[in-house]
Write a protein that binds this ligand. Structure first.
Ligand code: ZN
Length: 504
């Protein structure tokens, strides 16, 4: 931010601090009636999940969902609904056929899901499994000449924890109080698990590189999270804009992995049948977001924006219901509700369903770069200054319990007022905490107010996030209705209030 504009912004912030939020109670009642009693959020979610399929970036499933969303938004009367290209993305990957089973010492189907950009096999292949037992990558040389056409496992030393914890959780009152008391200046406790995680990731990358050079057919991978039929599966290679085919890498269930490991440790040969057919998609390598808007009606304010969004892309193991068809469906339902109640915003309301979030927030980052960023200062430009606020939803299917303020103290009293009509729906917590990992960060990075709501975790961490269980059945209709109702009201508040939301 330039020095010259800092002081005026601080003054505006002070004025807002003093402003009492004038909330339209008739409108709130209408929004609650439409959002809670005439909801279409589950029908929207069905179209984004079951009807579209997995929505890996640039895949046919992504475009099925994006095009459906675009026409639905138009049908509700939103303006300028379109798939907006943001620039170069890269290639896509689509799984076309897949089979995995152990055939010796006996037949057993294996639960597994290929990681993205796995290059595929030559039809059905019959391969022996080799257990790689090394402390670090320096030990790999011992396997030289032994891996051609083999399927490999890297030996694991962990075990499956017993499932004493419930899958689904809601925040307790004390957890919410603790969140609210968060001090941004408090020292951060280092995470010891992170170092072990990074060491394992380095060994996996080195082993894959070595095994690929040696002509191995595939690697099977797992972790103790992959128990009880749930397999977490993402990318086989890190994102880059070339996105070339990579070694076959299949995430399998922990129980199947460890069973094979124990057989091999007992010198019992294990054979596996694997067929994997995948297509690299390179026709259109632009990245796309879905954008639409409800134009503002106030002469002075209609050039200003209130933005909402969630990411539309997903991983490939399921239909990405909680990550993030849920957030996309809620945000679509928000604009549907506002249209249905005949709301005429002062500021323009714009919805964005982002692409490319899963590999690094690419859709929102590029949108903010193309529209709102001064290339020299990397802070928001004049167009960005017309954005009042961006609200994001991407923490699963759980209802809204409050909002992460990203250290924006001046926004606190505003949101505090806004939550008052929704205390009886479980939403009231404000925290200065900086929550990470999703698209509000793209706005926050250039100094624009971007916020993610606090949502009940439900089964997000335990079961659905990036797994083969992220399906429609794990969506909670009542939670999604609550979220859409609250966001619709917040959007109306943001578009009607006299001032914009203050910057940090
Ligand atoms: Zn997500």
């Amino acid at each position: 931010m330039k020095k010259g504009i800092l002081l005026p912004l601080l003054l505006i912030g002070c004025q807002l601090f003093a402003q009492t939020e004038k909330l339209d109670t008739t409108l709130i009642a209408k929004i609650k009636e439409e959002g809670l009693n005439h909801s279409q959020v589950m029908e929207i979610a069905f179209n984004l999940t079951d009807a579209s399929g997995p929505r890996l970036m640039e895949s046919p499933g992504y475009f099925r969902a994006a095009n459906w969303a675009k026409s639905k938004l138009s049908s509700w009367g939103l303006d300028n609904a379109n798939l907006e290209a943001w620039g170069k993305w890269g290639k896509g990957w689509e799984l076309e056929k897949y089979y995995l089973a152990m055939t010796a010492p006996y037949y057993e189907p294996l639960i597994g899901f290929p990681k993205t950009f796995s290059k595929g096999t030559h039809g059905l292949e019959h391969a022996q499994v080799v257990l790689i037992d090394v402390k670090d990558s320096s030990g790999l040389i011992a396997y030289q000449g032994q891996l051609k056409d083999k399927i490999i496992l890297i030996k694991r030393n962990d075990s499956l924890p017993l499932g004493f914890k419930p899958d689904a959780l809601r925040y307790t009152d004390s957890e919410l109080v603790k969140m609210s008391a968060f001090d941004p200046k408090a020292p951060v406790t280092p995470n010891n698990n992170f170092l072990a995680f990074m060491a394992a990731a380095r060994l996996l990358a080195a082993t894959k590189k070595f095994a690929n050079q040696e002509g191995a057919l595939a690697i099977l991978t797992t972790s103790p999270r992959n128990g009880d039929g749930t397999v977490f599966v993402q990318n086989g290679i890190p994102y880059n804009d070339l996105m070339q085919e990579a070694m076959n890498d299949v995430a399998i269930s922990y129980e199947h992995f460890m069973s094979i490991q124990r057989l091999l440790q007992h010198q019992i040969p294990v054979w596996v049948d694997l067929e994997l057919q995948a297509k690299i998609l390179s026709d259109d390598q632009q990245g796309y977001n879905v954008i639409a808007e409800i134009p503002g009606t106030d002469k002075q304010l209609k050039d200003q924006l209130v933005m909402i969004g969630g990411h539309l892309d997903s991983w490939q193991g399921s239909t990405g219901a909680t990550d993030n068809a849920a957030g996309s469906a809620v945000m679509m339902e928000v604009v549907r509700i506002l249209k249905a109640v005949g709301f005429k915003p002062r500021r323009t309301i714009r919805i964005a369903l982002w692409g490319g979030e899963e590999t690094g927030l690419h859709g929102s980052k590029n949108y903010v770069k193309n529209h709102f960023t001064d290339t020299a200062t990397k802070k928001f430009n004049a167009a960005g200054d017309k954005l009042s606020v961006y609200l994001n939803l991407d923490n699963g299917s759980g209802k809204i319990r409050g909002i992460y303020l990203q250290g924006n103290q001046t926004a606190w009293p505003i949101f505090e007022e806004w939550f008052k009509p929704f205390h009886n729906m479980g939403a009231s917590t404000l925290t200065l905490e900086n929550t990470t990992g999703t698209d509000h960060l793209s706005f926050d990075a250039v100094g624009l107010p971007g916020f993610q709501f606090i949502q009940d975790p439900l089964e997000y961490g335990s079961r659905t996030h990036h797994s083969n269980m992220d399906s429609y059945d794990h969506l909670s209709p009542e939670d999604l209705k609550q979220a859409a109702t609250i966001v619709a009201a917040f959007v109306s508040f943001a578009s009607q209030r006299d001032g914009k939301i203050p910057r940090k």
